[in-house]
Every structure is written in structure tokens, then in C-alpha cells.
Design a protein around this ligand. Structure first.
Ligand code: NI
Length: 144
């Protein structure tokens, strides 16, 4: 049975600041660079979500990507698009909004939207055309 990966790509724009409140402005600037700007700044994010599963013999789909699109709009984009990721998104409260942390948080928002028999394979957050972070879920615990 061939397993195929299918990907939906969506876009959002959002403001953020990368910083730790327990660090000085100097240290935040040193570690987070331009993203530590206390007056905020924005990114045009690209978000890719990939599912993996067998190809349904009736539809020829792994899953209906329209359903994935709807889940992304309801669970992610409606909360983050044109918002401040530090202060306006309930499910990012207390999270330093790096691309890495966004990928993990977005995984948690959409993992339940994937139908039975299909696996969420990866979430990729592109913060810029050159920087991205990819999350493929927690590693399975391997017994002794
Ligand atoms: Ni930034």
C-alpha cells in the first residue's frame, strides 16, 4: 500500500518580538538580533502542513486538503494573521514566538483535524525565505 505525503501551504503576516524578560535588552539583542526590537516588527510567514497516509481508492486523496485548509483557517490563521504573536494569541501565551516554537504550537492546534488512518507528518514554519523550522511530532518512547 503506497504511503503518500500531501502538503497544504498557507500564508500569514504577524508581528512579534523575540526576547526573554529575565534578560537585559543588550543580551536579548545579542541573541535574537533584529527580532529583539522592543518596538516590534513583522514577518510574512509561510506555513506548510504535510499529512501522510494511504491513497483513498475512491477519491485518490490522502485526505481532502480542503478540510486541512479549513482547519488551518479556524485553528491557526484566524488567531495569528495580522496579530501580535506575543500578546494577542491565547495559545502562544508565555511562548517566545520563534519559528521553532510556532511549529510545535501549530502542530498541537491541528493534529486532531487529521482523519483516522492519516498521520500529521510535519509542520514547517518559514519565518523568512531563508529561515524555517520543521516539527515532525514528539519522538515515540522506545522501550528497553
Ligand atoms: Ni522577527
Amino acid at each position: 500500500m503506497p504511503l503518500v505525503r500531501a502538503t497544504r501551504r498557507v500564508h500569514f503576516s504577524a508581528a512579534h518580538r523575540l526576547f526573554r524578560s529575565d534578560w537585559t535588552d543588550e543580551r536579548n539583542a545579542e541573541v535574537f538580533g533584529d527580532c529583539a526590537n522592543p518596538s516590534w516588527h513583522g514577518h510574512n510567514y509561510e506555513l506548510e502542513v504535510t499529512v501522510e497516509g494511504p491513497v483513498d481508492t475512491e477519491t485518490g486523496f490522502v485526505m481532502d486538503l480542503k478540510r486541512l485548509k479549513e482547519a488551518l483557517e479556524a485553528q491557526v490563521l484566524s488567531d495569528v494573521d495580522h496579530r501580535n504573536l506575543n500578546s494577542e494569541v491565547e495559545w502562544l501565551a508565555g511562548v517566545n514566538p520563534t519559528a521553532e516554537n510556532l511549529a510545535v504550537a501549530i502542530w498541537g492546534r491541528i493534529v486532531h483535524a487529521v482523519p483516522e488512518g492519516v498521520r500529521l507528518a510535519k509542520v514547517v514554519v518559514h519565518e523568512t525565505p531563508r529561515n524555517s523550522a520543521e516539527y515532525s511530532g514528539a519522538k515515540e518512547n522506545v522501550g528497553p
